[in-house]
Design a protein around this ligand. Structure first.
Ligand code: ZN
Length: 158
């Protein structure tokens, strides 16, 4: 199974690309077994015009609390990685969103997911849309959330 790397908005104006390294992190954290816990982390990418190129993703650290149906991120470890990427890349790679896994083949955002995304989007200092990804067992759910909380679901590029 391979996740799709290229995604676009319905009007094809915004492209989002996931590097192999990011897809590997997603693949390693799917929840195929009933014992697999929910996972998640930060998405780090380059902003090129309105487009996003995702180059890295953080994944659960020992400090994160994990269970099958919840994932509570303890921010410290992830934030350190994000800051290091930002300074190592001289500011070209930045925090652009977050991902987490669902124990579903075709993941559906929960009400809690939506309210959390809205909050995270409204907190972005650069006012750019927040990239939200849910990793399912079969496919990804990829969505851009504006600072007002409106979500735009992306589709795989043909
Ligand atoms: Zn969720």
């Amino acid at each position: 199974m391979r996740f799709v790397s290229g995604w676009t908005t319905p009007d094809k104006r915004i492209l989002v690309n996931f590097d192999d390294k990011v897809l590997d992190v997603f693949r390693q954290h799917t929840q195929r077994l009933s014992s697999d816990a929910e996972a998640g982390g930060l998405l780090l990418g380059e902003v090129r015009g309105g487009h996003l190129n995702l180059v890295d993703a953080t994944f659960p650290t020992a400090g994160d609390l994990r269970s099958r149906y919840s994932f509570e991120r303890l921010p410290q470890g992830h934030a350190e990685v994000a800051h290091k990427m930002w300074s190592d890349s001289r500011g070209t790679v930045r925090y652009v969103g977050e991902w987490h896994s669902h124990p579903q083949d075709f993941p559906i955002p929960s009400g809690i997911d939506r309210s959390e995304w809205k909050r995270l989007a409204s907190e972005r200092k650069d006012k750019r849309p927040f990239l939200a990804v849910i990793v399912g067992n079969a496919v990804l759910h990829v969505e851009l959330v504006s600072s007002k909380g409106d979500g735009l679901v992306l589709h795989p590029c043909a």
